[in-house]
Ligand binder design. Structure first.
Ligand code: 3HC
Ligand code: NAI
Length: 710
């Protein structure tokens, strides 16, 4: 007998109690426990009603996602149990709290009545995992809330709150918050009220979905939209077909449609990739050397030094989470300009309806500008986002080491400098780390957290936790040039430039990369970021002795900067710009021809350079660099690297990130192609030298998914 779900008896009421911490996911044992409890309830004729209730912080938050990848997985057992619950001849009431998601909501919808604590969130987020609700969610939700809202909820995966659930008919009554025991007590009272009023079972399956606002071509339009906007994903089009089935077919027929389409989604490589990312995100919070029960330092006030492109965006993250920020600048003009941009950003969001009208003022009130670094003395965390220059940053670190109170955390937003040197300069290396936000810092989800040699475990743990509070995906990186993301970007950009000098056009390179599902190829990305910024990074690195002894290395971007072609902002870069539209520019070809001649690079006809070659030459070295990063323990796991690329660089989630994609392609193939390009091009600079780890993995028959192997 499973004790993860049991039947308890309260007078004449049965209580099906689910207890599978932390989120009561529906593991096979829980499903078995529910089935047994239903057997017992069926047999016990003294019981007049059944309450379904879960322990801990939430009602069931979904099917057990780990189970979906196991051989022999099938949804049938649970669906059969739900059908039995719905068929019971005495009323069944679900008592809901926390996050009622996926299989949890499907369980609740198979019950006859639902009550929920105020603030409960209810939804079907399966689409975010590349699947669709597989336990009749697509059939029961339209019958409760109507086809339009159901389709909206299932396609977006976004939960609704209890108040909206009450309005739309998904729940029948709200309960004031007061803890789990109080919820159960309230549910038992609710049952008595039902029984007193002579109310019996009320089966969702017997209802007809409300079709308000559903015109004749509603589903055709929804299908076409899912195809255009989300064609690369397996679930959206199938979700439309399921909800259409709910709206037009008898329940049993809709059930068969859902079962078949669920299985197609579950088995798809895209869903496997998205499920991988779900677990990668959770694993990334587990950091070697930081105990699970570490005590976080309280962060009640944050300081930001520098109100430029990054400083303003960084400050917004904290204000959005209700944390007050002091921003320090060197001049009143710079401060005014920085805060002005933040205000404009907030006002634009409010104008688009993304914020309430009074939010901009409320958030701005949390930001205090200052010209005195001493005003950061009461902050619990200070992030410097001043110019990227070692001397300036060292000076700033030293100043912060003196000004910040004892116990405060000091962070640098540097993108290229050695965090260990800055940590030493602060005089408080244990309190110091890197927080590498991505631009725009208020939008991009990724936060690379750079662990210095001396960073204290509680400092690292605190910042990882705080990152989640402000809605970021934190990934810890060790210290190296470019950390995880930009270090891997380097060989990708290197090859894209060599391809240009060999004869491929920027549009051709971008087209090949975009065919993988990235929103932008390397040329458009750099045009947007600024070719001056990109070239300066290369030049600075060269000065520091960090470049290969190869004058053709990143020659294109440096030439572009010298010619004043800074990208979109100057109207020309790798493309010419017609407004914001990139237009191929013959001048770029002339520049590349001249560079090829200068560096002795043989040109080919662009039509002789295939998309396959572009993808292999840009992406395989990037994967190879990822393997080197793992080997050097700069990243703790392949999944961490995947998160960096999906959340920081637009790598498509349906490919699971570069390391997951490497498994899909096959490591042997990748190694063979690296060797091929190495021998074809002559590898004087070691551009194609394989990571030792890659060879080791091939010999051992490992995949990145098997990490850690030993
Ligand atoms: N299956 C398996 N494990 C799950 C899980 C699930 N559905 N949901 C959460 N977990 C695990 C996490 O992996 C994590 O494990 P760890 O501690 O070992 O890393 C632990 O539960 C706690 O999760 P979080 O760290 O995410 O906790 P939060 O409190 O931040 O968030 C949550 C809680 C909102 C429930 C969030 O975990 C979540 O969104 N979970 C996924 C919900 C979901 O997608 N449900 C649908 C599943 S698919 C389904 O039901 C199919 C059905 O139609 C057949
Ligand atoms: P920026 O030039 O837009 O802003 C820097 C600001 O710092 C300026 O407003 C300047 O007046 C101010 N400043 C300089 N010295 C100061 C001091 N001693 N005290 C207070 N303020 C001072 O630069 P940006 O782009 O915001 O970059 C900041 C940091 O973030 C750099 O380390 C950069 O490498 C890093 N970064 C930048 C990204 C980007 O896309 N712009 C992405 C990720 C990191």
């Amino acid at each position: 007998m499973s004790d993860l779900a049991t039947l308890q008896v309260h007078g004449t009421i049965g209580v099906l109690r689910i207890h599978n911490p932390p989120v009561n996911a529906l593991s096979p044992k829980v499903v078995q426990g529910i089935k047994n409890a239903v057997d017992q309830f069926e047999a016990d004729r003294r019981l007049q009603a059944l309450v379904v209730h879960a322990d801990g912080r939430t009602f069931v938050a979904g099917g057990d996602i780990a189970e979906f990848s196991k051989p022999g997985f099938e949804a049938k057992t649970f669906n059969g149990t739900l059908a039995r619950i719905e068929s019971l001849d005495r009323p069944v009431i679900a008592a809901l709290h926390g996050t009622v998601l996926g299989g949890g909501l499907e369980l609740a919808m198979a019950c006859h009545y639902r009550i929920a604590v105020e603030g409960t969130r209810l939804g079907l987020p399966e689409v975010l995992l590349g699947i669709l609700p597989g336990s009749l969610g697509t059939q029961r939700l339209p019958r409760l809330v109507g086809a339009r809202l159901a389709l909206d909820m299932i396609l977006s995966g976004k939960p609704i709150d209890a108040a909206k659930a009450l309005d739309s008919g998904l729940v029948d009554a709200l309960v004031e918050p007061g803890g789990n025991d109080a919820l159960l007590e309230r549910a038992l009272v609710y049952v008595q009220e039902l029984l007193g009023a002579g109310k019996g079972p009320r089966r969702t399956r017997d209802r007809t979905p409300a079709m308000e606002g559903i015109e004749a071509d509603f589903f055709d339009k929804a299908l076409a939209e899912a195809k255009t906007k989300k064609g690369a994903y397996p679930a959206p089009q199938r979700i439309v077909r399921c909800v259409q089935a709910a709206a037009t077919l008898p329940f049993e027929e809709g059930e068969a449609v859902e079962a078949a389409l669920f299985e197609e989604c579950r088995a798809s490589p895209q869903s496997v990739a998205m499920r991988h990312l779900f677990f990668a995100e959770r694993a990334a919070g587990k950091i070697p050397g930081v105990p699970a029960d570490f005590t976080a330092r309280p962060i009640r006030k944050v300081g930001v030094l520098g109100a430029g492109t990054m400083g303003g965006g960084i400050a917004m993250n904290f204000a959005n989470a209700g944390i007050p920020v002091t921003i320090v600048e060197t001049s009143a003009e710079a401060l005014e300009r920085g805060l002005g941009i933040v205000r404009k950003n907030y006002e634009a969001s409010a104008a688009k309806g993304k914020l309430r009208p009074d939010d901009p003022a409320k958030r701005m009130a949390l930001l205090t500008g200052s010209l005195r670094v001493e005003d950061l003395a009461d902050c619990d965390l200070v992030i410097e986002a001043v110019f990227e220059n070692m001397d300036i940053k060292k000076q700033v670190a030293k100043q912060l080491g003196t000004v910040c109170k004892a116990g405060a955390i000091i962070a640098s937003n540097t993108s290229t400098l050695d965090v260990n040197i800055l940590a030493q300069a602060s005089g408080r290396p244990a309190d110091f780390l890197g927080t590498h936000f991505f631009s725009p810092a208020n939008v991009m989800r990724l936060l690379e957290i750079v662990r210095g040699d001396a960073t204290a475990p509680d400092v690292l743990g605190t910042v990882v936790k705080l990152a989640r509070t402000i809605g970021k995906v934190p990934v810890v990186s060790g210290v190296c040039y470019g950390f995880i993301g930009n270090r891997m970007l380097e060989p990708y950009l290197r090859e894209s430039e060599f391809l240009m000098m060999e004869g491929a056009s920027p549009a051709q390179i971008d087209g090949a990369i975009q065919s993988l599902g990235l929103p932008m190829g390397p040329c458009r990305m750099l045009d947007l970021a600024g070719l001056d910024v990109a070239a300066k990074v290369v030049i600075e690195r060269g000065k520091a002795g960090g470049l290969p002894d190869d004058p053709s290395y990143r020659a294109v971007v440096q030439k572009m900067m010298a010619l004043g072609r800074f990208g979109q902002k100057t109207g020309a870069g790798y493309y010419r710009y017609d407004g914001r539209n990139p237009v191929p520019d013959l001048e770029v070809e002339r520049i590349c021809v001249a560079l090829a001649e200068q560096h002795g690079i043989t040109r080919r006809k662009s039509s002789d350079i295939s998309d396959e070659e572009i993808i292999e030459r840009c992406v395989y070295p990037l994967i190879n660099e990822g393997a080197k990063i793992l080997e050097e323990e700069i990243a703790y796991r392949p999944g961490d690297i995947d998160l960096v690329w999906v959340n920081g660089y637009g790598f498509p989630d349906f490919r699971g990130g570069p390391m997951h994609m490497a498994d899909t392609i096959g490591l042997q193939k990748i190694a063979a192609r690296l060797d091929h390009y190495g021998s074809q091009r002559g590898d004087r600079h070691g551009y194609w030298s394989r990571a030792g780890l890659l060879t080791e993995m091939i010999t051992g028959g490992h995949r990145f998914a098997d990490w850690p192997f030993n």
